[in-house]
Design a protein around this ligand. Structure first.
Ligand SMILES: NC(=O)c1ccc[n+]([C@@H]2O[C@H](COP(=O)([O-])OP(=O)(O)OC[C@H]3O[C@@H](n4cnc5c(N)ncnc54)[C@H](OP(=O)(O)O)[C@@H]3O)[C@@H](O)[C@H]2O)c1
Length: 376
């Protein structure tokens, strides 16, 4: 599709650095002349998306909190958000992609020091920003909610040679958005025992997703004893999938995990930000190096989602096949991003916090009503 003007001017959420507020700014995208006819199209290799929904992740806020002032000099409008769902408006010449103009899509915007998905439009390069067509059985808000967290859960099992069939798995932080997928993937993969840590408020839900036994992290601020009890009653763990962080288990780790087992964490020894998290991160990186050098009895990795590992189509297919349940905590109007961030930061979100950028005019399939929607 050709667009009538060479410049798109639109609203986006952005900030200068960690000392300045996250606010709505005017942004622009420059298009190029359509070489095959009238009007303007996306630049070579790029896809132009109209965003309908964007979902928030803790990493968006952690990135904001840790962006030093110097970055504000390089780019005074650093965008907020990675996950998005929307519609393809234009595709530039020589763009390697499976999506087409008019497709409904969801994906993950990659560049960290550039724009963000909490915006009316995005111009992305599919070589580094994964994008795929939206499953028909979910709406746009749900579509925006899964790329980063489901992609992360998929990769937590893909790395380290994990074979789930008949295994015993511990999912730390099963109530997190990543953890909810990690539990479902363990169940779908044929794990025989899935032990989880979560609070009582999500106990029934986590059981319905596949947990065979649960540890209440509120009653057990240190997980070591309840995990050792599980080992005593049904043997060592094959895999530990840590979606919350912490170092409780390392005091007796060789008793807890079998030789050659896998411990993958996406947070490391200390959740949160600040000095404790930094020191925890250093310990986790040292352990990751120790594991790569073969110094540990088990495989350990502090892992980051690899945006380009090809998981987005796998994630889309699992959802389209009805094999995974998607969770939304709340949907917030575009101008209430800061309230939505507060909800995310409270650590009480029951699934994803989503920003409604604009409502698609595409029929009932595209917009469901969510009970906790705060502006209905
Ligand atoms: N390395 C990577 O590539 C990567 C990728 C994605 C996310 N992450 C990180 O992974 C973490 C989880 O992200 P998310 O978006 O999935 O989280 P989220 O959805 O915001 O998690 C919220 C949930 O965390 C649970 N929780 C709170 N305190 C807990 C505790 N002490 N122990 C266990 N669970 C607790 C609560 O569930 P209950 O109902 O059980 O209380 C709450 O509902 C974040 O630190 C994020 O930055 C890293």
């Amino acid at each position: 599709m050709s667009l009538p003007n060479p410049t798109i001017t639109y609203k986006a959420w952005a900030y200068k650095n960690c000392y300045s507020p996250i606010r709505i700014v005017n942004e622009t995208i420059e298009l190029v002349k359509n070489p095959r006819g009238e009007g303007y199209i996306a630049p070579r290799g790029k896809i132009l998306i109209k965003i309908y929904y964007a979902s928030l992740n803790p990493v968006d806020y952690k990135t904001y909190e840790t962006k030093p002032a110097i970055l504000g000099w390089l780019n005074s409008k650093q965008g907020f958000g990675r996950d998005f769902a929307g519609e393809v408006l234009s595709i530039g010449e020589s763009t390697a992609t499976n999506v087409q103009i008019g497709d409904f899509v969801q994906g993950l915007y990659a560049p960290w020091f550039d724009k963000g998905s909490c915006a009316e439009y995005l111009l992305l390069d599919p070589k580094n920003s994964p994008i795929t067509t939206k499953p028909r059985n979910i709406d746009f808000a749900e579509a925006s909610s899964f790329p980063l967290v489901l992609g992360t859960a998929i990769q937590m099992y893909a790395r380290g040679g994990i074979k789930l069939a008949n295994s015993k798995v511990l999912v730390i932080g099963a109530g997190t958005s990543v953890g909810r997928y990690a539990v479902q993937l363990a169940r779908n993969g044929g794990a025989k025992e899935v032990v989880t840590t979560n609070s009582p408020r999500t106990a029934d839900l986590i059981q319905s997703l596949g947990a065979t036994s649960q540890i209440d992290y509120r009653k057990n601020p240190n997980l070591l004893q309840p995990v050792l009890e599980s080992v005593k009653s049904s043997g060592q763990f094959d895999y530990i999938i840590d979606c919350w962080g912490g170092d409780d288990l390392f005091a007796e780790i060789n008793t807890i995990i079998r030789k050659g087992g896998v411990y993958n964490t996406i947070v490391g020894d200390a959740p949160g930000t600040g000095l404790a998290a930094l020191l925890g991160g250093i310990r986790s990186i040292s352990r990751t190096i120790g594991s790569k050098l073969g110094l540990l009895n088990y495989k350990y990795e502090l892992m980051l989602l690899d945006f380009n590992a090809g998981w987005i189509d796998e994630a889309r297919d699992m959802i389209a096949d009805g094999k995974l349940k998607v969770f939304i905590d709340s949907v917030w109007p575009f101008d209430q991003l800061n309230d939505a961030i507060e909800k995310l930061e409270s650590g009480t979100a029951q699934g994803k916090v989503v920003l409604e950028v604009s409502r698609p005019n595409t029929g009932a399939e595209s917009v469901k009503q969510f009970p906790p929607n705060p502006f209905k």
